[in-house]
Design a protein around this ligand. Structure first.
Ligand code: FEO
Length: 630
């Protein structure tokens, strides 16, 4: 029986899932299975984007038959010829004998290698940048050699912004009904497997991935449709940023991966002691794997995740222990870079595995090898404890040298006092933060904005900023859902109206931009920025979000920025002194306490002290901003 899912209008998922195969490519364990995605577009001419693995071909053909309803299948695009996507091609030709196969000059010879049918009769060869229209849709083809085979190409649908990205942006793991990344918990259920997929299948070709990312940078991509795993139609920049990191061999986490092999448990004893000492020194992120137990594909994935590697191996047959040797060669073969690496070796008569591991890895670029190899003779002795302590120190010193925040001062028991006034010494600005549900629509409620006071540049190259946004704000939810925002920097010429407009009403109830159009423009991301009483604006693409209870801290890469005027940036202090209206004298009544919100001036009478969870009903600021009037 057919099993399809609509993606949008005339675009359908017609792929399959494989939970039965224990291994992918006969080598990588897939405990959560894998999906083989195929996409069908029912335009005036019908077009299929890739096929599926032989494991799912019967349902795949039922899917096509069901959706085509007797119509001809005009085209099949072969973005990737590897059999996990093309195995069904031979049968497809038998069922749809007039079909044209769209591929590039490398695809067609490869089809001939795998199949015996008359390929030339069906072939429609395209070059980089060529287009084919099927009616409403226009497909543009971009070659993407070595992501993951030489014939790979991506297909971009210019009419809706869909990018059919072959293996890129794929992941291990089946699609269990939910085929969109935004309708499942990607970080919880797919991120580990997605990293493992990338690092083992594609990572060797990081420069090629970089080349393709640059080639695609000018396209307005609205959705990523990979051949494995979920489709991305929201917060695409989050996943592209992961690819940016992985393909540049940039560690995702400042932390220590310890991979070890241990025949009788003594090397294991040493790495456990090291892990405790690292933890006591304040290292929070430590991962540890026995390479004889855990498949190297999982460990390689963690190699890409962490900044520091400790590789510990028994000396075995005058070489590196078998499973560790596999991992070491795996690291070398995937051209890992930008890491700090240390070794622990063991040998009852000739402990040389540390030296040999280093030799295999010696060509890794931009890699620091710590000179503090721990050398065990059979088991951990007191001298080794000193070596382990020295290695711990070398690792933590290396973190500090890189200015990373991974090292925390442990066991500090000084009395901690927080003086709120100290925070007022930090120069807060005031900003209009804007976002939209649908940038293409001007309907009320699609665009919204709020006032925030926390914007900070955190890196210069790439340009990245962080913003803190109250979770009660509607704008917060828009950013969470779309991953995009604009910041407009207010100046001292601002009047109180802009604060009333954006700060003291909710975007859920009011169209904040209504009647304000002449004071706004749209930036290239389709969002409004404010042109009146502002001196600059920034467009941000969210790369990470951290939940801090009442607020979310969004880190974003800046995609656009411009200076709008020479006005002086508005500080919090200036706002209080010169812009916020002074409250009228308060008439106390009925013996209740009177509180005035220092942010918006809201007056709250209350019998007794305000509760700790009080929130100003107007501007949503907490009890700390409510001043008791005497
Ligand atoms: Fe999913 Fe390279 O095949």
């Amino acid at each position: 029986m057919h099993n399809t899912r609509i993606i949008d209008n005339d675009v359908f998922w017609v792929g399959t899932n494989d939970k039965k195969s224990p291994l992918f490519e006969s080598v990588f364990p897939i405990p959560y299975g894998i999906s083989y995605n195929s996409y069908l577009v029912l335009d005036e001419k019908t077009i299929l984007l890739d096929c599926v693995d032989k494991s799912g071909s019967s349902v795949f053909f039922e899917n096509l038959k069901y959706l085509l309803k007797g119509k001809k299948l005009d085209f099949v695009v072969i973005n990737h010829m590897e059999p996990d996507h093309s195995a069904a091609l031979g049968d497809l030709i038998l069922r749809y004998p007039d079909i044209k196969i769209i591929g590039n000059s490398r695809t067609i010879p490869m089809i001939k290698q795998f199949f015996d049918f008359d390929v030339e009769r069906h072939a429609l060869v395209v070059k980089d940048g060529d287009e084919i229209s099927t009616g409403k849709h226009t497909f543009v083809f971009y070659t993407a050699p070595m992501v993951h085979w030489p014939e790979v190409m991506f297909t971009f649908d210019r009419s809706n912004g869909y990018l059919y990205s072959a293996d890129a942006f794929g992941t291990f793991g089946t699609l269990n009904g939910n085929i969109f990344a935004d309708e499942l918990d990607f970080d919880r259920d797919f991120l580990e497997e997605s990293r493992r997929y990338y690092t083992n299948i594609v990572a060797k070709y990081g420069p090629q991935v970089q080349a393709v990312l640059k080639k695609l940078a000018s396209l307005e991509v609205t959705a990523l449709l990979p051949l494995h795993g979920p489709i991305w139609r929201k917060n695409i920049s989050y996943y592209i940023d992961k690819y940016q990191k992985w393909s540049t061999y940039t560690p995702e986490e400042e932390g220590v991966l310890i991979a070890y092999s241990s025949v009788y448990g003594n090397t294991e004893n040493a790495v456990n002691i090291l892990a405790v000492k690292l933890a006591e020194a304040g290292v929070k992120k430590i991962a540890m794997f026995d390479v004889s137990v855990t498949h190297p594909s999982f460990v390689l994935s963690q190699v890409f995740r962490f900044s520091h590697l400790v590789l510990a191996s028994t000396t075995y047959n005058a070489g590196i222990f078998i499973n560790m040797e596999t991992l070491i060669h795996c690291i070398a073969a995937h051209n890992v870079k930008n890491r700090t690496i240390a070794f622990i070796e063991n040998g009852s008569w000739a402990a040389t595995s540390g030296k040999m591991m280093k030799e295999v890895l010696s060509d890794l670029e931009n890699t620091t090898f710590l000179d503090n190899t721990v050398s065990l003779k059979s088991s951990v002795k007191q001298d080794n404890i000193i070596e382990i302590e020295n290695l711990t120190k070398a690792i933590t010193t290396s973190f500090k040298a890189h200015g990373k925040q991974t090292i925390y001062e442990a066991n500090t028991i000084n009395e901690v006092k927080i003086e709120p006034e100290a925070f007022f010494k930090i120069t807060y600005g005031l900003f209009v933060l804007s976002a939209a549900k649908d940038t293409k629509s001007s309907l009320a409620g699609n665009h919204s904005g709020c006032i925030i006071n926390t914007v900070m540049q955190i890196t210069d190259d790439p340009k990245q900023i962080v913003i803190a946004v109250n979770k009660l704000n509607y704008t917060h939810d828009l950013i969470r859902d779309t991953g995009k925002f604009n910041i407009s920097v207010l100046t001292t010429s601002s009047d109180f109206d802009v604060f009333k407009r954006f700060g003291f009403q909710s975007g859920r109830d009011a169209d904040k931009f209504a009647g304000f159009e002449e004071h706004c423009k749209k930036s290239n991301n389709g969002l409004y920025y404010i042109t009146r009483d502002t001196n600059s604006f920034f467009s941000g693409d969210v790369v990470s979000a951290i939940d801090y209870g009442t607020h979310t801290l969004f880190t974003a890469s800046v995609s656009e920025s411009a200076v709008l005027s020479n006005g002086v940036s508005l500080s919090y202090q200036y706002y209080f002194d010169k812009i916020k209206p002074k409250p009228a004298p308060i008439q106390k009544s009925s013996g209740k306490n009177v509180y005035v919100c220092r942010i918006c001036g809201y007056i709250q009478e209350y019998d007794g002290e305000l509760p700790d969870d009080y929130i100003c009903p107007l501007c949503k600021h907490p009890k700390a901003d409510m001043e008791l009037q005497n």
